[in-house]
Design a protein around this ligand. Structure first.
Ligand code: FES
Length: 152
C-alpha cells in the first residue's frame, strides 16, 4: 500500500507493507537518528513526534501514520530549543554513548511545550519511557533542569 508521510516538513509518498512499523519505514527513508533498541515498546530510543506528540515508532504501524506530520531529531537542528538542550546535555556530561539521545531530546522538547514549570517528579514521570543503557539518569536530569532553568 502507498502512504504519505511528512517527515521534518518533507513529504514522502512511500510504498509499505501493511504490517510494517513506522520505525522501519523512517530508517528506510534514511532518518537514521531514529534508533532500534528493544523493538517492543519498552526502551524509548525509537521515539519520534507524531503531530507534535512523542510516540514509540517501533509500536506505531506505518499505515496509521499516513497523512501525519513526523518529526525526528534531524528536523530540530535549526531550532534554538534543540541547541539549548544539546548544550545542556554536553555541559552536564549527559551525552554519554548517545544511543538514547535522539529519543530523549524529542521527549524533552515535547515536554517543554506541554508542561509549564514541571516538578522533578513530573519530569521523571513524563520521561519514564526513555531508558538510557549507560544509566546516566542523574546527568540527564541535571541537563533537563538546566534546560528548564530550574534552580538546583
Ligand atoms: Fe521502540 Fe525500544 S525500540 S521502544
Amino acid at each position: 500500500m502507498k502512504i504519505t508521510l511528512t517527515v521534518n516538513n518533507t513529504k514522502h509518498e512511500v510504498e509499505i507493507n501493511p504490517s510494517e512499523f513506522l520505525l522501519d519505514v523512517l530508517r528506510r527513508l534514511n532518518y537514521m537518528s531514529v534508533k532500534k533498541g528493544c523493538d517492543t515498546g519498552t526502551c524509548g530510543v525509537c521515539t519520534v513526534l507524531m503531530d507534535g506528540k512523542p510516540v514509540l515508532s517501533c509500536s506505531v504501524l506505518a499505515a496509521s501514520a499516513d497523512g501525519h506530520e513526523i518529526t525526528t531529531v534531524e528536523g530540530l537542528k535549526d531550532d534554538p530549543e534543540y541547541k539549548k538542550f544539546t548544550e545542556a546535555l554536553l555541559a552536564q556530561g549527559a551525552d554519554q554513548c548517545g544511543f538514547c539521545s535522539p529519543g530523549l531530546i524529542l521527549s524533552v522538547y515535547a515536554m517543554k511545550k506541554e508542561l509549564k514549570n514541571p516538578t522533578e517528579e513530573e519530569m521523571k514521570e513524563y520521561l519514564v519511557g526513555n531508558l538510557c543503557r549507560c544509566t546516566g539518569y542523574a546527568s540527564q536530569m541535571r541537563a533537563i533542569k538546566q534546560f528548564f532553568e530550574v534552580k538546583a
